[in-house]
Ligand binder design. Sequence first.
Ligand code: FEO
Length: 135
Amino acid sequence: MPLIKWNDSFSVNIVEIDLQHQKLVSLINDLNQAMLQGMGKVALTNILNELVAYTVNHFGTEEKYFAQYKYPDSDSHKKEHLAFVEKVASFKKDFDSGKLGLSIEVMQFLSDWLQNHIKGTDKKYGPFFNTKGLK
Ligand code: FEO
């Protein structure tokens, strides 16, 4: 069973962003599945690297639109992105050095953060961008 199951409650009503969020959900589910199946470090590292890169790319997409349309809540939203990137970078460093393994707790943190961020913070920009013609 996937750790996160996509449904309409995740939608921010912007197709490009919903597709990126679906990809993030899928990468977290893949990582969780790989951990549960006891896959080796190389396989886990590959998925983790893809998750980190895709997350940075995704935040970049949102922040590009924040700047383009002068989104008023941009600063606090960007702070959340930065805090998550720093947290995941620190986790990845410990994982790469062998200090920390992937665990149910780590997966739960990633899953909770993404779901709370999409449903709490991201969803707030939907109506604003929709009025700018971004759908
Ligand atoms: Fe979809 Fe603000 O990250």
